[in-house]
Design a binder for this molecule. Structure first.
Ligand code: ZN
Length: 173
């Protein structure tokens, strides 16, 4: 097990479309353990494999209680509804926060770390985390979901100032 380096905005690894996992092997399980270790080390509540340079469709996220990490392999949104807007951050864009509108609830189908099929009904923050992490699997960042004016403001700020060295990392995805 180990802590991996989280790639930052500008790294091409964050813009690739990740490939499906064909089989949940011991190597995939080790990868999941590393993702969980990295998420906790970064004080994040979710992490997607592309954020550590692994182009596979794997995400990890704190569950509703915030006590246990869930790993989802090849997750897809089977159903969704409603609309909710809330502030979001990302471990790959440290110190940047902005309100993002997403589905209020989602049903996600995936495989767990044993390769068994799972179906999760999520709402609230957990639904947001799952949608944010699944976007990473398609090379999409939360700033892509902002209106162009807000997005350009953030891009200019990053270009001008870079990322704050000691940014508050909690609540980032
Ligand atoms: Zn993120």
């Amino acid at each position: 097990m180990g802590v991996l380096t989280v790639r930052k905005y500008g790294d091409p690894a964050l813009r690739r479309r990740a490939a499906p996992v064909t089989e949940v092997t011991p190597e995939i399980r080790r990868m999941i353990a590393d993702l969980v270790d990295t998420m906790y080390d970064e004080v994040g509540i979710g992490l997607a494999a592309p954020q550590v340079g692994i182009a596979l469709r794997i995400i990890v996220a704190s569950d509703e209680s915030g006590r246990e990490a869930r790993a989802l392999v090849n997750p897809v949104i089977a159903a969704h509804g409603g609309e909710a807007t809330a502030e979001e951050g990302c471990l790959s864009l440290p110190g940047i926060f902005a309100p993002v509108t997403r589905a209020a609830w989602v049903r996600v189908e995936a495989r767990d770390e044993e390769g068994r099929p799972v179906s999760i009904d999520a709402r609230g923050l957990f639904a947001r985390v799952l949608q944010h992490e699944m976007d990473h699997l398609d090379g999409v960042l939360f700033i892509d979901r902002l209106d162009p004016v807000a997005r350009d403001r953030i891009k200019r700020k990053i270009k001008r100032e870079g990322f704050p060295a000691d940014s508050h990392r909690a609540f980032a995805l």
